[in-house]
Design a protein around this ligand. Structure first.
Ligand code: ATP
Ligand code: MG
Length: 240
């Protein structure tokens, strides 16, 4: 049975989609079978980040509305992908998406749900199937507050297993007190830490080209640590 993990944040641009592809790739490197589901209706991005845009014909909205089969909708790759619909439909409900996303549980080890920004309808559709959620925050007060709101909303939905990933972490601005330190991020979100991903220019290149960042890049190493922690390995939170 797959573990179904939601990447959420509240605020946009914190790194949810980068987390989904980074951790997804790290999990496949551990031999796990991974399905990524782009839940950002109207603003999909995972197809670009995984370099499969030209293969997208159907999306999970088509699947939900019986316009195609799962074989037609799932784009095969290192990480399999279900693209997000271009538009909302009144027929999309949290019950419907939960049933659909859970229906792939037998075939995968991990299903990663990439939530849109915000905590409204798209977020509810994405969160409905999740067993576990990861709130991805940059170390600044605005993003941390939005993650705290997303955490409250997840708890309201009965999602108890929630962890924090601090993304785009940089030591210098923290030392100069321009950004929050790790303890402050944990205290202000109230969420247990799963990992820290440094700011890494290779992610910016990878986002637009879909090409893999180097295996020894700081972000790849950080996602690998997070992936191994997700599989239950005892890995230090931060590289020494
Ligand atoms: N650790 C990092 N270091 C440097 N740049 C990063 C890092 N993580 C993400 N980025 C960059 O930040 C931007 C936003 O990342 P991403 O698309 O993953 O965020 P998001 O939370 O999914 O955004 P949205 O809310 O719009 O869906 C991208 O340009 C990406 O390349
Ligand atoms: Mg995104």
């Amino acid at each position: 049975m797959a573990q179904i993990i939601l990447a959420a944040s509240g605020k946009g641009g914190s790194g949810k989609s980068s987390f989904t592809t980074g951790v997804g790739r790290a999990l496949t490197a551990l031999g796990k079978k991974v399905l990524a589901v782009d839940c950002d209706i109207g603003l999909r991005s995972l197809d670009i980040m995984l370099d499969v845009t030209e293969k997208v014909v159907f999306d999970w909205g088509d699947l939900l509305l019986d316009r195609c089969t799962a074989e037609q909708a799932i784009i095969k790759g290192d990480i399999d992908l279900l693209a997000a619909p271009r538009n909302f439909s009144d027929e999309f409900t949290p019950e419907g998406t939960a049933k659909l996303f859970k229906s792939f549980s037998e075939k995968y080890d991990y299903i990663l749900l990439d939530s849109p920004a915000g905590i409204d309808r798209g977020f509810s559709l994405a969160a409905s199937a999740a067993d576990k959620a990861v709130v991805v925050s940059t170390p600044d007060s605005v993003c941390v507050r939005s993650c705290s709101r997303a955490f409250d909303e997840l708890r309201r939905m009965g999602k108890e297993d929630v962890r924090l990933v601090i993304n785009m972490f940089e030591v210098k601005p923290v030392c100069k007190k321009r950004l929050l330190n790790i303890d402050q991020c944990i205290d202000e979100t109230g969420v247990q830490l799963l990992g820290v991903v440094p700011r890494d220019m290779f992610i910016s290149f990878s986002t637009v080209t879909g090409k893999l960042p180097p295996a020894d890049s700081p972000s790849t190493l950080a996602y690998s640590r997070i992936a191994r922690r997700l599989t239950g390995q005892r890995i230090p939170l931060i590289c020494e």
